[in-house]
Design a protein around this ligand. Structure first.
Ligand code: GLN
Length: 291
């Protein structure tokens, strides 16, 4: 089989299996299996695949035809121009989440300390550290499998970051200049309607935002004032229909400068807010200034 035949065959097989974007996925898998770039392919379409490349490609096609996400086959996903290892333990980084990182980068400064709740693959935590050298980041997640993946990504990217197994703030200490999070936010009953790739292969724990999808936002809104310095920022990714409910939760907890940022499709995607007051509600009821 040569490269052109492989691309055609791959597209046909994925189309037959009903995979959306069959041609694009066949191309990505060919690129991955044969290690060729688009320009190489265009220049030498008649080049033959080796036996190993061919079997690697066919095996990948078979998995993709069964709706295994492309990223679980190749083992990685690009995010903010960086490559992240992914597996079934973590949510595959989404392009939409880059909006959250870009918003956070407007306020994050090299001497700041920030916290990423529900860090998953570490894509938010690590890209913030990569693009804001000098900042200190802590990532927390309840899933040990996710933390192991984040740890590998941290090493691969050559970054320093503290990773903690923690149910949101449970094991977190001190105050931060910024808290970021892309928590699970899909209402439980909407999970059944998700694409097969997501429903069958991505961790339910990273998707399920309980009854109304707002469970984690409620907990974050309530507790983060105790972990933010005065004037500290909170940046959260939200679902397209949470652009009113999440700001309302934050307003109730005393946040100011609340702003909803839309994604490229024009949908509400990120909420940014600021805690301008010192919050004295520390465990034990002790009163002290935030700085
Ligand atoms: N923070 C990770 C991401 O954005 C994981 C999010 C999650 O598990 N809900 O990919």
């Amino acid at each position: 089989m040569n490269l052109r035949e492989a691309a055609r065959e791959g597209t046909a097989r994925l189309k037959k299996a009903g995979v959306p974007e069959a041609e694009l996925d066949a191309w990505y898998l060919l690129e991955w299996a044969a290690g060729v770039s688009r320009s190489h392919y265009l220049a030498y379409p008649e080049e033959k695949l080796t036996k190993e490349q061919e079997s690697r490609f066919l095996e990948a096609l078979a998995r993709r035809a069964q709706r295994v996400p492309l990223q679980h086959i190749t083992g990685e996903q690009e995010f903010m121009g960086l490559s992240f290892l992914v597996n079934e333990e973590v949510l595959i980084p989404r392009q939409d989440t880059e909006i959250l990182v870009e918003e956070a980068l407007k306020y994050l400064k090299p001497d700041m300390r920030f916290l990423d709740l529900c860090t998953g693959s570490g894509c938010i935590l690590l890209s913030l550290l990569h693009y804001c050298p000098g900042a200190k980041g802590v990532g927390s997640d309840l899933s040990l499998g996710a933390l192991k993946t984040a740890e590998k990504n941290r090493e691969r990217l050559g970054l320093c970051a503290e990773l903690k197994e923690s149910d949101l703030f449970e094991k977190i200490e001190g105050r931060f200049d910024m808290i970021v999070s892309n928590p699970p936010y899909i209402p439980s009953e909407a999970i059944a309607g998700l694409m097969e790739e997501v429903r069958m292969h991505e961790p339910l724990m990273a998707l399920d935002g309980h009854e109304d999808g707002l469970y984690f936002y409620r907990r974050i809104a309530k507790t983060s004032p105790r972990y933010l310095k005065e004037g500290g920022w909170l940046c959260l990714e939200i679902g397209f229909d949470q652009g009113e409910s999440v700001p309302a939760l934050l307003r109730d907890e005393g946040f100011d400068e609340i702003e909803v940022i839309r994604d490229l499709a024009g949908l509400d995607r990120v909420v940014k807010a600021r805690m301008n007051r010192c919050q004295a509600a520390v465990p034990g009821g002790l009163l002290f200034a935030a700085r």
